[in-house]
Design a protein around this ligand. Sequence first.
Ligand code: NAD
Ligand code: UDP
Length: 324
Amino acid sequence: MSIKRILVTGGAGFVGSHLCDRLVEQGHDVICLDNFFTSQKSNVLHLLDHRNFELIRHDVTHPIWLEVDEVYNLACPAAPGHYQYNPIKTMKTSVLGAINVLGMAKRCHAKVLQASTSEIYGDPNVHPQPESYRGSVNPIGPRACYDEGKRAAETLFFDYHRSNGVNIRVVRIFNTYGPRMHPFDGRVVSNFIRQAIDGEQISLFGDGSQTRSFCYVDDLVEGILRMMNGPDEFVGPVNLGNPNEFSIMQLAQMVAELCGAPTEFIHKPLPADDPTQRQPDITLAKAKLDNWEPQIQLKEGLKKTIEYFRSINMSDFRAPTPNY
Ligand code: NAD
Ligand code: UDP
């Protein structure tokens, strides 16, 4: 395999840091670019001494001038509390970020992959969601800054591809969890684990009957790499996620059991526009990405994540926003 120079925007984040690990391990020359809005250096500290790893503090809403062969565009807050903290900035990060990486990719003929999302489908009325489903997004609700920003980014990717011949890939990522999630990001897996470890009541939004399908981070990163390295004829969009669907109540019970904590809930109102169900149809990913499918199921992945949360000192983590 030839060594490539690869840019990972959002590379210090939860998913980005695992992707950087894999790329550094493969011997590539990796540039991690991040503004540390929702992450901190500790996620990539172990990579700083590697001769093929470089870290740049930069904001993707400003132009980027680098010479690279490939770009993974992951920079964007992903947890609802994070992306709603400054919704206008979230939209700018998705849209201006996409324009900046696509412009750079066009100039230096790089291949560029966009980390899109299942939020493209909004609160879906087709279940499970195939890529052909066009979604049901509220364009003026509190999640719109993220959903519509990511939809606009997909549009920009396909227009740069059609109009300017940029070599693109688009993956739609469904709920992913694992070590290096920010303990105060407010996402359901991190919240429940932190609460169970600290002996707090588990915060259940609504009645807990809403569903999500949880993918372990290693499975996701494998899918992302296969997509980037697949044939140029298949640009996506392709769903990447674990199709095993759970209610949030089931997740809470499983986390409590694995942490050896009592299952005590504190009920909170369901946030506006919270999708009632979400499950990826991964038929296309299996067919196009060499039979890709998740290998690590929820219980096993949760055990690894709980182990990580037990190993960190929570007070070392700065809550990026008050939303936890
Ligand atoms: P994360 O918040 O841990 O990582 C995002 C990273 O982007 C952080 O390091 C953050 O500091 C950085 N960032 C944010 N705004 C930036 C800006 N303007 N300039 C430079 N860096 C910026 O979240 P994650 O879960 O690792 O998500 C990574 C990507 O995957 C995101 O694009 C997200 O939308 C997408 N995604 C993730 C999930 C999931 O469940 N984890 C699901 C769907 C899509
Ligand atoms: N949720 C919950 N308690 C929490 C955090 C989240 O019940 O402490 C619910 C939330 O309402 C949603 C689901 O868990 O239905 C997943 O939320 P998350 O923020 O992780 O991601 P989303 O898929 O909504 O973007």
